[in-house]
Design a protein around this ligand. Structure first.
Ligand code: BG6
Length: 486
């Protein structure tokens, strides 16, 4: 008889939280660390874009320099994660702590030592690290020397960095992600953030701006990252056969605005180009046909070396991870009202409400997305970012009643369970910014995601003290009950 009983989430489900070095570590000049791309990005707001300053300007505020100072608070922070019952903790290694300029031949011992200490602290509480190797912080030295990932030379620098950290941490880290939101390079947003590429045509450098035809440069850079990622996967498996290496995609869920076949096809085309292009290469090991058509029709030429196709084939990832915050719609009608979103905006959906930053809240979209991805690849999935960026109010008694965040997360976890019930192999969930940190898109502190509040404002004022929000106690119960008590 077919056993069709639903067992709930797997017993060893990896509950946790997610962060990135450039947004929470601080200590930007400590322990021999070099400058990274994020260190030259100024603060901004919802309406004022962040700027890139090729030289650090005196008197200008750079949010990554201190961030929330995990560099000096890691023991306290990890203790709080353990109190919530985290099984895993997603963090990134700051490339410039290990290779300050990016192109050195020998690593910086002090940087390596810092992560020895962090991993030891996690081990103390049986928290499994999930490490992003590159999360929006290419060494700025590589930008200056090579224009970042626009040049093929950077591949070797990245592989050297991987070789160093894989060997050093081979007994303490099992799960690795090669590039955060690698598909951001398909959008102008990713040019500097993901690619470390400067497109200077005079004037102010805004990081989220399309300049002339940057697509040729971006897609070539993306190819370099694909090769780097594939080489890293192969190397990882050689160094430790137990290593599991994943891709990480910013999943930009988009629905057809109407049942007009034009809209349906447009939505599918966006899903393919924005989401599946990268994962097809990383999971299946080859460029899909729709990518070739897109390159052909847009005069984009991807320069490849003789054995690139082979490298891609031999470097397929073991699991698929993604960020999911919101969804939007696709329509051929240019007059429709639009709204913003993670990396990419789209047409407004009349059935959904949005966050204060205009990101449309869509828990059911997470179920749809999980099914959509799993139907295609049939490999284990992890949601490694999800959450609500909101303004929190500290009450007079110090409490923070973030019921809206609980509502958001609860609804998404419910849909995650539905997807597991649908047959999706989901192995973990790490909500974004489990501790308040700097926003990547705006550079703000005000846009908070955490279960843990950090006393710091947009201008850098505050004593950095940590406190538990209402959602902290709620999430602890969720983990304790393996998602049964929401
Ligand atoms: C993802 C990134 O795009 O979304 C994170 O991987 C980022 O680095 C997160 O912080 C939330 O976006 P934002 O702009 O609200 O910080």
């Amino acid at each position: 008889m077919l056993n069709n009983k639903f067992q709930g989430l797997p017993k060893d489900f990896l509950w946790g939280g997610a962060t990135a070095a450039n947004q929470f570590e601080g200590g930007y000049r400590e322990g021999g660390k070099g400058l990274s791309t994020s260190d030259v990005m100024t603060g901004g707001t919802h309406t004022t874009p962040r700027r890139i300053t090729p030289e650090l300007e005196e008197g200008t505020y750079y949010p990554s320099h201190e961030a929330i100072d995990f560099y000096h608070h890691y023991k306290e922070d990890i203790k709080l994660f353990a109190e919530m019952g985290f099984k895993t903790f997603r963090m990134s290694i700051n490339w410039t702590r290990i290779f300050p300029n990016g192109d050195e031949l020998e690593p910086n011992e002090e940087g390596l030592k810092f992560y020895d200490d962090v991993f030891a602290e996690l081990k103390k509480y049986n928290i499994e690290p999930l490490v992003t190797i590159s999360h929006y912080e290419t060494p700025f030295g590589l930008t200056k020397k090579y224009n970042g990932w626009a040049s093929r030379e950077v591949i070797d620098c990245y592989v050297r960095y991987c070789n160093t950290i894989f060997n050093r941490y081979k007994d303490v880290v099992k799960y690795w992600l090669t590039f955060n939101e690698i598909n951001c390079l398909t959008m102008p947003f990713g040019t500097f953030m993901g690619g470390g590429i400067l497109l200077d045509k005079g004037g102010e450098l805004e990081f989220n701006k399309e300049i002339d035809d940057s697509r040729q440069i971006r897609f070539q850079a993306l190819h370099h990252q694909f090769i780097a990622s594939a080489k890293a996967v192969k190397l990882a498996h050689q160094i430790n056969t137990d290593f599991k290496v994943g891709c990480m995609i910013a999943y930009m869920t988009t629905y057809p605005y109407t049942c007009n076949p034009e809209d349906v096809l447009l939505a599918q085309e966006r899903d393919n180009l924005n989401n599946f292009l990268c994962s097809d290469v990383q999971v299946r090991g080859a460029y899909p046909g729709f990518a070739k058509r897109f390159f052909r029709e847009n005069n984009i030429e991807i320069k490849m070396e003789e054995n690139d196709e082979q490298i891609l084939k031999e470097g397929c990832v073991d699991f698929y991870t993604f960020s999911y915050y919101m969804s939007n719609c696709s329509s051929t009608d240019p007059e429709l009202e639009r709204t913003s979103g993670n990396i990419l905006g789209g047409v407004k959906n009349p059935y959904l409400k949005a966050s204060d930053w205009g990101w449309q809240i869509d828990p059911k979209g997470l179920r749809w997305t999980l099914n959509n991805i799993y139907n295609r690849y049939q490999i284990p999935l992890m949601v490694v970012e999800n959450g609500l960026g909101a303004v929190d109010k500290v009450e007079e008694d110090g409490s923070i009643n973030d019921g809206y965040r609980i509502d958001y997360l609860k609804a998404h976890i419910e849909e995650m369970k539905e997807a597991v019930n649908d047959g999706v192999e989901l192995i973990g969930y790490t909500p974004w910014g489990c501790i308040d940190l700097v926003s990547a898109s705006t550079g703000e502190m005000k846009k908070r995601y955490g279960f843990i509040y950090v006393n710091k404002d947009n201008d850098g004022n505050g004593d950095l003290s940590r406190s538990r929000k209402k959602s902290f106690y709620w999430y602890k119960k969720v983990i304790e009950s393996n998602g049964e008590e929401l």
